[in-house]
Design a binder for this molecule. Structure first.
Ligand code: NI
Ligand code: MN
Length: 219
C-alpha cells in the first residue's frame, strides 16, 4: 500500500513505509503546508522544474535527509548537492524503489537551459503520473498505455491547465484515479475542485479524489 500525502500546492509525497518520495517540495513558503521542512523525511526528491513553488526546499531537504534529487540536469545543478540523478525528457531509469520515466510538460523550465518535466513513477505495484506545471497537450494520450493508477493534475489555471483543460487531459490519460493539485494557494489560481470532480466523473471513467492539504489517502 502506498500512502499519498498532499502538502498543498504541488507538493505530493508517496511512501510505502520504507521509502518516501516527495515531488516538488515547496514547504517553507507554502501557505497551505502545516509541516515544517525539518519534519519532512524523504529518500528521493523529484523536481519537475525550477520555479520557486516547485524547487522550494529541495536544497535543505536533500542535505538534511541525504536524499537523492531527481530532475533535469540544470535543475539538479540548482540543488548544489552531490546526490543528484539527472534525467531528461523521454528517459527512464530503474531506481531501487521502482522505475521513473521523465515526460514532457508544456511550461517554462525556471532555470537557464531547463525545460519543465513530469514524471511517471512505478512504485509499490502502482503507477503514478505527476504532471508538474503544464498546459494541456495531445500527447498525454500516449500516457494511457502506462495504465496510470493515480494522476496528479494541476487545475488552478493562469500558470497551468484550468478545470476545463484538465478535464480534457483526464480524457486522454485515462487514469483510474485523479488528484487535483496546484490550486487555491493564491488568488490567481483559485479553482473549485468539486466542480472539477463533477465534470471529470461525468465525462470520464476516472475517479477524482480531493485531498485536503496536509491530509493523506491510501493507494
Ligand atoms: Ni511553474
Ligand atoms: Mn507552479
Amino acid at each position: 500500500m502506498i500512502e499519498i500525502t498532499y502538502w498543498g500546492h504541488a507538493c505530493i509525497q508517496l511512501s510505502d513505509g520504507e521509502t518516501t518520495l516527495i515531488f516538488d517540495p515547496f514547504i517553507s513558503h507554502n501557505p497551505m503546508a502545516t509541516i515544517k521542512p525539518n519534519q519532512v523525511k524523504c529518500d528521493y526528491i523529484l523536481v519537475s522544474h525550477g520555479h520557486f513553488d516547485h524547487f522550494g526546499d529541495t536544497k535543505a531537504l536533500a542535505k538534511v535527509n541525504g536524499a537523492t534529487v531527481i530532475g533535469i540536469p540544470e535543475i539538479c545543478a540548482m540543488a548544489d548537492f552531490d546526490e543528484t540523478h539527472g534525467m531528461n525528457l523521454g528517459g527512464s531509469y530503474k531506481f531501487p524503489f521502482g522505475k521513473v520515466k521523465m515526460v514532457q510538460a508544456f511550461h517554462s523550465g525556471g532555470a537557464p537551459g531547463a525545460c519543465a518535466a513530469g514524471f511517471i513513477v512505478e512504485f509499490g505495484g502502482k503507477t503514478f503520473y505527476f504532471a508538474g506545471d503544464t498546459a494541456l497537450f495531445g500527447d498525454m494520450a500516449l500516457f494511457a498505455k502506462y495504465n496510470i493508477d493515480y494522476a496528479f493534475l494541476p487545475i488552478g489555471d493562469n500558470f497551468t491547465m484550468g478545470i476545463d483543460d484538465a478535464t480534457e487531459a483526464a480524457k486522454l490519460i485515462k487514469a483510474k484515479n485523479i488528484v487535483p493539485i496546484h490550486y487555491n494557494t493564491w488568488p490567481p489560481i483559485a479553482a473549485d475542485p468539486t466542480a472539477f470532480k463533477a465534470q471529470v466523473e461525468k465525462e470520464t471513467a476516472s475517479v477524482v479524489h480531493i485531498v485536503k492539504p496536509n491530509e493523506s489517502i491510501k493507494a
